[in-house]
Design a protein around this ligand. Sequence first.
Ligand code: COI
Length: 356
Amino acid sequence: MISTGQKIATQLIDRSRLVDTDLENIKFGRVFSDHMFVMDFLDGEWKEPVIKPFADMRISPAALVLHYSQTIFEGLKAYRTEDGAVNLFRPQANIARMNRSAERMCMPTIPEDLFLDALVQLVKLDMGWIPKGPDAALYIRPFMFASDEYIGVRPSDGYRFIIFTCPVRAYYAEPVRVKVETHYSRAFPGGTGEAKCGGNYAGGLYPAKKGAEEGFHQLIWTDGLSHKFIEESGTMNVFFNIDGNLITPALDGSILRGVTRDSIIRIANDQGIKVEERQVSVEEIHLAARNGRLRSAFGAGTAATIAQIASITFGDEEFSLPSVDERLLTNSIGETLDGIRRGRVADPYGWLVPVV
Ligand code: COI
């Protein structure tokens, strides 16, 4: 049985790999910190957790996850402030979302206190891995997978929950070129669109690859039934600035409940910017782009943070959007959000959870 609120048993690495790592030159998602948190679910309960050196692990070729994708994940970040403190950004929101995904995918939920303890203890141990610089952060990847050795189709009895961390910088090096996808679908009503499950991302690879062959960094997904309504963009939620108002698709069960999305909406509201969360038709955005009312658009996600959209393509028509410097509204929201994360701006929302 697990116990919460106490120090998690920790096996330290013999020699840190940090000394061999150039944190100034890292590629997103390729460099991993020294330790990981591991906890198994067996016989109907979570077993004692452990923090141990990040390493490969043994897994049966018959593990259910490898066949039927019963796996979920999260992404959150820890930031270092200018005075040397380290904070997690809204970890409770990610914990809640992971547990929603778990329910949808017939997986056990994780006790929230233990999850938070694990994040704090792991990040504290490896905080030396947080790079310095404007886009730098420690990306934290919690995930869970079905571990039963069995190839019948049913929910697994056993699961493994792991958290590891990676030093990261910007996910996109430049504003992105996107295309509105009206043939392939990411999600359908009643499907798993809202869950952060591996299969959603696997299913998006082929359309994204076709888009990349045409020179697009990302797709803007539309609804799976009519392809008339915008849902999200690649691995991010999407926002449009039309005439100075911020418009984003409402959460409808097919869209990821983005933590960055929610943070942007709250900051925008507090800055007196009108935010509309509603159904957004492709036609409306296309028309606004045509008549010059679409002032800017951006994707929002933990990895991508705020990713400016350089151009949007509808069928054969590509519209370039203003350069970053002209995006006053997005810049003001982005500066506040980044300022809160890095301790330059007071956090009136209670979003930061101190690690040290
Ligand atoms: C995140 O933004 O944290 C994500 O999960 C996107 C990821 C697929 C890179």
